[in-house]
Design a protein around this ligand. Structure first.
Ligand SMILES: Nc1nc2c(ncn2[C@@H]2O[C@H](COP(=O)(O)OP(=O)(O)OP(=O)(O)O)[C@@H](O)[C@H]2O)c(=O)[nH]1
Ligand SMILES: [Mg+2]
Length: 248
């Protein structure tokens, strides 16, 4: 069960009618304290990353939008120049961590056991576990792949420097309008699977415009990991950010 949004909680059925104001009050207080606890850890994480001149990037999207595939391609392109760490958030399995390890990144799988988003304390723990793998090396960049979900991850600061939201062409053009918080809290928006544009009714310019109307500061990329289109711009952008963070 997800502690915050309660997904997976059995439904609260009655054969009588009454309100639950007392329960609502408790829920609000619990949520406030969970967010406070999360923010405290997020700040600690960010401080820790800053001390190490390490760039941290949080990737959020619906399941299957192409987060791990983009990471695989990104690692291939950056691994000769930079030391890369990945924290892989999933409800179950080690599969995504195995995929990125196979490309040359250090990786730790964070399994939430049901929760639909990552929280800062788990990232804190995962980062220390990752440091144990490094054998004296220093990471240059840390990617955090959030649990596939376009709603809850937007509410949790993990201590990242850059938040990236991805939407794939088959998901449809209405995602910015329907899930605005994912866009208002992100720095970068990537439209993925653009090789599939000929098969879907997806007007890229209209989607970009809608996303920018929610957040004019969004940096936007359009990428296909199949054809490689747009990958170069993304890689150049990352290289610049990593170098700035390292101060070189
Ligand atoms: N056609 C096409 N398929 C893609 C592209 N990128 C990823 N895919 C496919 O999309 C599917 C899901 O990709 P993943 O990278 O596993 O997606 P994800 O966002 O990591 O999924 P979760 O971790 O489950 O949330 C896979 O079958 C990929 O091969 C792309 O650019 N074009
Ligand atoms: Mg994945």
């Amino acid at each position: 069960m997800c502690d915050v949004c309660g997904c997976g909680t059995p439904s609260h059925e009655h054969d009588h009618e009454h309100t639950h104001e007392h329960e609502n009050v408790k829920t609000v207080k619990l949520e406030e304290s969970l967010f406070k606890q999360n923010d405290k850890y997020a700040e600690e994480n960010r401080k820790h990353f800053d001390e190490k001149n390490l760039l941290a990037i949080n990737l959020i999207s619906s399941p299957g939008s192409g987060k791990t595939t983009l990471l695989e391609k990104t690692i291939e392109k950056l691994k000769d120049e930079f030391t890369i760490g990945v924290l892989e958030g999933d409800i179950e399995t080690e599969r995504d961590a195995e995929r990125v390890r196979a490309k040359g990144a250090y990786a730790v799988q964070l399994t939430t056991g049901g929760a639909c988003h990552l929280e800062a304390p788990l990232v804190h723990k995962g980062f220390h576990a990752l440091e144990h793998q490094l054998e004296g090396k220093e990471l240059d960049v840390l990617f955090i792949e959030n649990v596939g979900n376009l709603v809850c991850p937007s509410s949790f600061d993990l201590g990242e420097h850059v938040r990236v939201v991805l939407v794939s062409v088959p998901e449809g053009p209405d995602k910015p309008a329907k899930y605005p918080k994912a866009f208002t809290t992100s720095d970068v928006f990537i439209i993925t699977k653009i090789d599939l544009l000929p098969h879907f009714d997806f007007d890229v310019e209209k989607v970009k415009k809608e996303a920018l109307s929610l957040n004019p500061k969004l940096k936007i990329f359009t990428i296909s990991t199949v054809t490689g289109e747009g990958l170069g711009e993304w890689i150049n952008y990352l290289k610049e950010l990593i170098k700035n963070k390292k101060g070189v």
